[in-house]
Design a protein around this ligand. Structure first.
Ligand code: ADP
Length: 271
């Protein structure tokens, strides 16, 4: 059998997706990036191969993307995460309509990508300068509130209070604001909800620079947070599509690109 792999070396997590010749996903993995990018990626790939029973020789082409993409020398090509995200989101969101806007919130950046009718990237905006509006910001707040990042969504949805207004636009100041809200007796739910709305407002401001068109797909690890999804839908005033496993859209796109690149190279060899 022939397979193709997409590897997204993110700042927080390494995501790997394997697709077959029919572009169907046959396996994926998500593991922490850690400090040894190359070694950890190789280990993640080997354990995914073992788990899926696929031999390394059956992987005909590997495309790497993401923050650390150049560090994986075994890749046959590298592509930008904007391109990979666009390819993956378009196919992932297909059952909900034609995806024209992607909102991605990862560990260290957030971005909005606008696609044209053919699914090509028309424009994008990115925030990679400031932690506010990224997954890292959520991790900092979770630590202050003594909870895990994966508990924040439920905490927001179960909160009966009105989301508090968080005014600080910088992570460090927001951290002190959260601490003083706690000291003033506010509940964790209303603080978490306030944080989600503050991130959602930042993202919507970013998105409005290039415009928002339906269908909107929200992905990246932060899309697992149902409270953030709710806040984003409120601020955007429209529904967003969240994939079942929102972290792997970009790796999926890279795997689809790997198959395309392999076919193109084969065609060149046989001309
Ligand atoms: P990157 O591609 O930059 O490595 P990801 O797209 O994997 O980033 O997203 C990582 C972020 O996702 C983390 O910073 C965290 O805020 C968020 N996240 C990860 N897992 C969960 C979860 N189970 N629930 C809520 N948020 C999560």
């Amino acid at each position: 059998m022939s397979y193709f792999a997409g590897i997204d070396m993110g700042s927080t997590a390494i995501k790997i997706v394997i697709v077959d010749e029919a572009d169907e996903m046959v396996g994926y993995s998500i593991s922490p990036t850690g400090s040894h990018f190359h070694r950890n990626t190789l280990e993640a790939l080997n354990s995914l191969l073992a788990r899926t029973g696929i031999d390394r020789k059956e992987i005909l082409y590997i495309t790497s993307t993401g923050y650390g993409r150049k560090l994986f020398k075994e890749a046959d090509e590298t592509i930008s995460e904007i391109t990979a995200n666009a390819i993956g989101a378009r196919k992932t969101g297909k059952t909900h309509g034609t995806v024209r806007t992607i909102i991605n919130i990862g560990g260290q950046d957030s971005k909005v990508i606008l696609l044209d009718d053919d699914g090509h990237v028309e424009n994008f905006v990115m925030n990679d300068r400031c932690a506010a509006g990224t997954g890292r910001f959520l991790e900092v707040v979770a630590r202050n509130l003594e909870m895990e990042v994966d508990e924040m969504g439920e905490c927001h949805l179960n909160s009966r209070g009105i989301p508090l207004s968080i005014n600080s636009t910088c992570t460090v100041f927001a951290e002190s604001e959260v601490i003083s809200l706690l000291a003033n007796g506010h509940g964790r739910g209303e603080i978490v909800a306030g944080i989600h709305y503050s991130i959602a407002r930042r993202i919507v401001r970013l998105a409005k620079r290039i415009g928002v068109r339906d269908t909107v797909l929200f992905d990246g690890g932060a899309a697992l947070n149902k409270g953030l999804v709710l806040a984003l839908e409120d601020e955007l005033m429209r529904e967003v599509v969240v994939p079942d496993v929102p972290q792997i859209t970009t790796a999926f796109g890279a795997a689809l690109a790997a198959r395309e690149a392999f076919i193109a190279e084969e065609a060149n060899v046989h001309v």
